[in-house]
Design a protein around this ligand. Sequence first.
Ligand SMILES: [Zn+2]
Ligand SMILES: [Zn+2]
Length: 167
Amino acid sequence: MAFFDTLGKTISEKGKEATQKAKVLAETMQLKGQISTEENNIQLAYQEIGKLAYDSQLQAEAEAYSEWFDKVREAKKRIRELEEKINEVEGIRICRNCGAKIPRDAAFCNQCGTKSEQSVPEPVEGGESEVSAVRLPEEKKCPACGEPIEEDSRFCTACGAEIAEED
Ligand SMILES: [Zn+2]
Ligand SMILES: [Zn+2]
């Protein structure tokens, strides 16, 4: 019975999806905790910088500050790395133009159409035949290249074409 087979599969896939979501959430929480720690380090360093500035009445040699400047720089770098890790875990990427969260493999931002700077995987050669994956009929497709697109996309993530509003 194809219908019940499909139904069973959908349910088990939903379960898998939920487990995956919980995993992503747990991992994200942990990384965000690490970011908080780094942000605390920055606050502490700022305090020290302030104290030094006060003590020296803003006339200290740059040397006096460098240790704390370094600490701020290092913590900021680690925060960037941790944020990138969160994006990786969540399977997203931040558009460098508009800051929208977009799928990691998107070649174009679905909000502003900016082309991704990361290299897009080349289409597999020779395997071009009939990749007619069964798609839901109501799925939105790019009018230019036919790739499926998300409901709220303003631009195709595959070719960057602007999607006309439909209503
Ligand atoms: Zn964008
Ligand atoms: Zn397209």
